[in-house]
Design a protein around this ligand. Structure first.
Ligand code: ATP
Length: 492
């Protein structure tokens, strides 16, 4: 049975999801056809918020580090890329179907959930043993063993309640399609499951043309695609998503130093964009991927629990080494100081733009009671970092007459080149404040009759609802200062 806190937390998550839809942040994809599972579209406010998150990342990576540059590689890549990276043979999840409900599950997740059940009942040893047993079976690719474990543990389908399972099969998560008009095996290409490989294959292009010296990094933001078996929790697990990845090329042997450095720097960035320290933690990987010699996740405490938003991996020379092997091209760096060639080692930071977006949205969503006695009312608003807010300021004449709209328009026209702002004159000023609270606009600028007399306006602050009177000529500087990325970058 769920405890009371879980129910309340789940309710909050439900509210966040419906808020995202109602106020133009996230819509289900092709909704008029009832949507497409685990695919979402960003609406008019969502795209601004997501772009701002991506900018905060891009600036932190490229502007704050002289030795990091960006690229934008194509989604389609030569198919051998994915053979070399290990994705064709190894990018699988074990899946199982329940014959009665016809529902599909990740076999490993079913066992992990059973272990979590044991742990919740205080049977920690039993839980640990089960997790270890599962890890051993997966490592030796013993799918029959995983099936036996599910039956042995009497794990039932949450929908049908039965134990009537199919065998466990490996399922490759890459989407494939055909290049050109002739469909044969040679023309099969993949939608990239990670952006990293676009960086590896361009390693020498960037190093040579940019005259980069090791250590240096290449950053990229772009779409990635995974045919996730179980897609749940809104934009947390999608089939089409966006990654913000940086590969840092270092001397072999130096990788642990840079791994520790990037671990610290990346956590700092998440705090700088407004995620509270007490809701962030590291989760060290015990079982390492085939390419890694150290790996840690940064997890955020979503309403549905602590979950990964970014991975930091020491990838050794696995990727560049394999691309050398498959392409038969040298991917080496000549180190002047050491007077020798080598394949660099790589430390990767890999964050999901959609997961960071969801974390920011969950964290910003605020319901509070304001006022006293009869005046008491419920207020909902998004407490977004001003630099991330979709709209920085709303320019609002308090009434739609007496020359106030014309004055407000003038202010709007003057500021619109520097700031993402809106002009609105419909409905009462109170209703307009509420609308902007709901999308997280940090400043509402009210133009009233006094404005016509002394060129001053009222700024209403979203979080405190406090109002202050300022001169029109001070507006630009004041709003720019408080909504600038500088306040984020200074903390990175
Ligand atoms: P998970 O274990 O949750 O499937 P992962 O370990 O496979 O994630 P990575 O391959 O390390 O994820 O990818 C790096 C980042 O990309 C993740 O930290 C996450 O933020 C993001 N990401 C991965 N898969 C998805 C997805 N299906 N939907 C949204 N974001 C994703």
């Amino acid at each position: 049975m769920e405890d009371k806190t879980t129910i309340i937390e789940n309710d909050i998550f439900k509210n966040v999801v419906s808020h995202a839809k109602e106020y133009g942040f996230v819509f289900p994809s092709s909704e008029i056809y009832d949507g497409l599972q685990a695919v979402y579209d960003y609406g008019q406010n969502g795209v601004e918020l997501k772009n701002n998150i991506k900018q905060a990342w891009w600036k932190a990576m490229t502007q704050l580090h002289e030795n990091i540059v960006g690229i934008d590689a194509a989604i389609f890549m030569h198919p051998t890329t994915w053979k070399a990276s290990g994705h064709v043979d190894g990018f699988n999840d074990p899946m199982i179907d329940n014959k009665d409900s016809k529902k599909r599950y990740r076999a490993d997740v079913l066992v992990e959930e059973k272990a979590a059940e044991y742990a919740a009942k205080g049977e920690q040893t039993k839980a640990d043993d089960l997790v270890k047993k599962l890890a051993r079976l997966l490592e030796s690719n013993d799918l029959k063993g995983v099936y036996d474990l599910i039956v042995e543990e009497k794990i039932t389908c949450p929908v049908s309640g039965t134990c009537n399972w199919t065998e466990v099969r490996q399922f490759n998560l890459m989407f494939s399609t055909q290049l050109g008009s002739v469909a044969d095996d040679a023309s099969t290409i993949y939608l990239r499951p990670e952006t990293a490989q676009g960086i590896f294959v361009n390693f020498l292009n960037v190093q040579k043309t940019g005259r980069m010296k090791i250590p240096f990094g290449i950053a990229q933001i772009g779409k990635a695609f995974r045919n996730e078996i179980v897609a749940r929790q809104f934009t947390f697990r999608m089939r089409e998503f966006e990654q913000m990845e940086m590969q840092f090329f270092v001397r072999p042997g130096d990788e642990m130093k840079y791994y520790e450095e990037w671990k610290t720097l990346r956590l700092k960035w998440h705090k700088a964009i407004g995620l509270p320290a007490e809701k962030l933690k590291y989760h060290k990987h015990e079982k390492l991927a085939h390419y890694a010699n150290a790996a840690v996740d940064i997890e955020y405490e979503f309403p549905f629990g602590y979950k990964e938003i970014e991975g930091i991996h020491s990838r050794t020379d696995f990727d560049l080494g394999n691309h050398e092997k498959y392409s038969k091209k040298k991917l080496q760096y000549f180190d002047n100081e050491l007077n020798k060639n080598y394949v660099p080692y790589v430390v990767e930071t890999s964050a999901g733009a959609d997961r960071v977006f969801l974390a920011i949205l969950c964290n910003a969503y605020t319901e509070e009671t304001v006022g006293d006695g009869e005046q008491q009312k419920q207020r909902t608003y998004l407490k977004l970092h001003p630099a991330l807010a979709p709209i920085k300021a709303a320019i609002l004449p308090i009434v739609k007459k007496d020359g106030l709209p014309e004055k407000a328009r003038k202010i709007y026209d003057d500021l619109k080149y520097d700031l993402r702002i809106t002009y609105e004159d419909k409905d009462t000023i109170g209703k307009r404040y509420t609308r902007h609270d709901l999308i997280g606009t940090p400043f509402c600028v009210a133009i009233d009759h006094q404005t016509l007399e002394d060129d001053t306006v009222t700024i209403r602050h979203r979080d405190t609802m406090q109002q202050e009177r300022v001169k029109i000529e001070e507006l630009r500087l004041k709003i720019r200062k408080q909504t600038s990325f500088k306040s984020i970058l200074e903390l990175c």
